[in-house]
Write a protein that binds this ligand. Sequence first.
Ligand SMILES: Cc1cc2nc3c(=O)[nH]c(=O)nc-3n(C[C@H](O)[C@H](O)[C@H](O)COP(=O)(O)OP(=O)(O)OC[C@H]3O[C@@H](n4cnc5c(N)ncnc54)[C@H](O)[C@@H]3O)c2cc1C
Length: 493
Amino acid sequence: MSSHQPEDRVAERRSDRHHVVVIGSGFGGLFGTSALKRADVDVTMIAKTTHHLFQPLLYQVATGILSEGEIAPPTREILARQKNAQVLLGEVTGIDLEAQTVTSHVLGRETVHSYDSLIVAAGAGQSYFGNDHFAVYAPGMKSIDDALELRGRIFGAFELAELGASRGENVDHLLTFVVVGAGPTGVEMAGQIAELAHRTLKRDFRAINTRTARVVLVDAAPQVLPPFGARLGDWTKRGLERLGVEVMLGAMVTDVDERGLTVKFKDDRVERVDAVTKVWAAGVQASPLARTLAEQTGAPLDRSGRIGVNPDLTLPGHPEVFVVGDMISLDNLPGVAQVAIQGAKYAAKEIQGRLHGKPAQKPFKYFDKGSMATISRFKAVAVIGKVRLTGFVAWLMWLAVHLVYITGFKNRVSALGHWFVSFLGRGRSERTATEQQIFARTALAMLDRGATDLVSAPGEYDAAAELARREELEANAAEEVRLTDSHVRGVKV
Ligand SMILES: Cc1cc2nc3c(=O)[nH]c(=O)nc-3n(C[C@H](O)[C@H](O)[C@H](O)COP(=O)(O)OP(=O)(O)OC[C@H]3O[C@@H](n4cnc5c(N)ncnc54)[C@H](O)[C@@H]3O)c2cc1C
């Protein structure tokens, strides 16, 4: 590993205009940037992925219904027509509120960006409630990497079961799938794995009967979908059970390993479930940037690491910094897309208003447009204000809402085509999974500096040294050949 430390590079401002830096290309980042389209400002969006991810449909990528491109279009393409916006790849590692700078990294390149206004929308990651080592055995559902890894593991488990059964082995642990967390993501995931096993794959294998697969949904809470209320929770539980999902409630996961997991019930009963494929859809932890901001402002952090913000979404003592979406703790707002979208639009409007000398807006008020979750094809639950919907009507609503929110016309058309294949037919268009998708993340984690170890940082590449190294390697190889050919080492062929 090189000891070379890359120099800080300060990004040049594009003009004298007010400069807004936006961190994140998720719902908050994208909608905040778009809302500044007509403003007399330059916007720099910095995000650690090059795409805008539509997280609510990740489970469909994991279960082979949609392709990753359909739910994660390039942010650069979405914003191509917005002339005042520049998109930069980079993981933000530091925010200096006094100096008004943001520092980002990508593969050893460090860049410092100055700002006049800042919108922080870095979202949240998976929480394993202090048991981060579970992640290796039970990936979460937060990124495209997660979804593709899970796709590989789910379809791979059926493959290994077919092989094992052909050799006369017991494959129950391969045909058991456990989803931890009975919120909307866990319910949708469990429902889709059950449909996959009982419907999609039932004719594809010879040695195993995929319909005997066991799908288990585990949660420490006493009901599924707690925010939807007891009646819809109960309806959903019965719907899942009819699909063949085993619902284990009041069951806390105490250990996860390669071959399965252990759960402990309220009455202290302990049960072991042998399952190679586990999915973690249980908890969230706000971006570590929330802590950076809290340390500099004294703003409180809640148990999920979310930062307490002022009623206008700014940080105490820093009216130029807005924090939106999953990172904030304000009035018990839920971690949903609409909170991020509405918060980001509010921040963008405030920035524009200030430039025009307008008085400050009223405090941010979230307008709840409702929540929904699908159980299986044609079956969903929805809550809109006081209205509770179940079954086909709720599913049609789910379909319409998701079609509207998927980004880009071509993605909408192709998602609709894939849904047609999966829901009216039995097929799944996106079953491709490679070994690399399943194992490359672990391989990268074994490198000291991750992907950075695979590329040279700027200024690190020394052509003369590289040539000398190559000559030395060639000389060594020639010497090896000579030793082998002269019988000093090995056998002469
Ligand atoms: C599986 C799943 C299903 C969901 N289903 C629903 C649903 O059905 N309905 C609903 O309303 N909500 C749903 N949600 C929640 C919803 O997706 C989030 O509330 C929403 O995405 C929050 O938006 P955000 O902008 O705060 O964060 P995100 O959308 O998560 O965006 C965060 C962005 O910040 C970037 N980023 C993070 N850290 C850094 C860094 N250090 N430097 C640079 N960039 C960084 C990320 O790459 C990303 O672009 C779901 C979430 C998940 C995970």
